[in-house]
Structures are given as C-alpha cells and as structure tokens.
Write a protein of this length. Structure first.
Length: 170
C-alpha cells in the first residue's frame, strides 16, 4: 500500500523511539523511508555548518536503525526558512500525503494552496504593519494602552473562570 514513507525528524529522544517502532510500516508495504531533518536558516548566520555537523551523527544513527529493520533509507538535511512553528505540522502532513499518493499534480496542487494561504498572510502582515505602526505613533498610543489593559483584564477573568470551574469539579 505505502512503498515510500516520509519521516521528518527533530532528532529528539522521542523520535529515536518512533524510529525504533518504524518496523510496523512493513505491514503497510513500506520498503523505502525518506528520513528528513530540516535545519532552519533563520537566525543561524555563520553557524549553518556547525548545526549540520551537530545534527548529522544523530540523523545517521536514526538511518542505521531504520536500515537494520530492512528499509532502504535516504536521509536528507535541507536548509530552509520556517515561517511559523504552527504551520509546520500542516506542511509536514501535506508533504507526507503528496509522497504517499505519488501523484505529482495532486501534491503540487496541495502545496500551491498551502503557499497561497501562507503568502496571503505574509503580504497582509507586511502591508498593514506600516499602517499600524504609524497609527500607534500618533493618536493610537493611548488607544493601544487601553486595549492592552482591556485584553489583560479579559485574560485575567478567563483565568479566574477556568480556576473556579476546576475547583468546582474537584
């Protein structure tokens, strides 16, 4: 059913356990695993080589474990720019789905829709950052202070509500 499997690892001890259990992919027909660890370029500067040298032995150890389970393993360590940690799981699911399906057009369409959504957010944020900044520099500074205090009060009230519900159910 699934011949190629994409595993995106963060090289943590938890992922070592997942790699140990990867033999169960054999039951699904898995024969090849693409093991990937993305090193983010953001804030790395000149440390790019150091991060790769630090990550490579861990990635190779996970690759060896997978090969011992009878898989053909290709390991990759691309460098990339991560826009948002909240969006990364969605992208990982899209990439996994595209790899499993094996249909280039389907995967490309999913990635295009994802990129369109992310790009729109970036363009909107970039467009209105200047407008918001100029507003806050002028008369919006007082409004901003009131808004922050009101939001803080709402968060405090929400915390009290959650605490009261927890005490009541205890």
């Amino acid at each position: 059913m699934f011949e190629k499997i994409l595993l995106v690892t963060d090289l943590s001890p938890a992922w070592d356990e997942i790699v140990t259990c990867a033999g169960e992919f054999k039951a699904l027909g898995g024969t090849e695993i693409i093991l990937t660890h993305v090193i983010t370029v953001r804030f790395l500067g000149r440390r790019k080589g150091a991060r790769e040298a630090e990550a490579r032995p861990k990635l190779d150890a996970q690759k060896t474990k997978l090969e011992a389970q009878g898989f053909t393993v290709n390991s990759e360590m691309p460098f990339g720019l991560v826009l948002s940690p909240c969006a990364s799981p969605v992208l990982a699911v899209i990439l996994t789905l595209a790899a499993v399906q094996g249909h280039v057009a389907y995967g490309s369409t999913l990635l295009f829709a994802y990129a369109l959504g992310q790009g729109t957010l970036v363009i909107l944020a970039g467009t209105f950052t200047g407008v918001l900044d100029s507003f806050l520099q002028s008369q919006g500074a007082r409004f901003s202070t009131y808004l922050q205090k009101a939001a803080g009060g709402l968060i405090f009230l929400a915390g009290l509500y959650i605490l009261s519900q927890g005490v009541r159910n205890w």
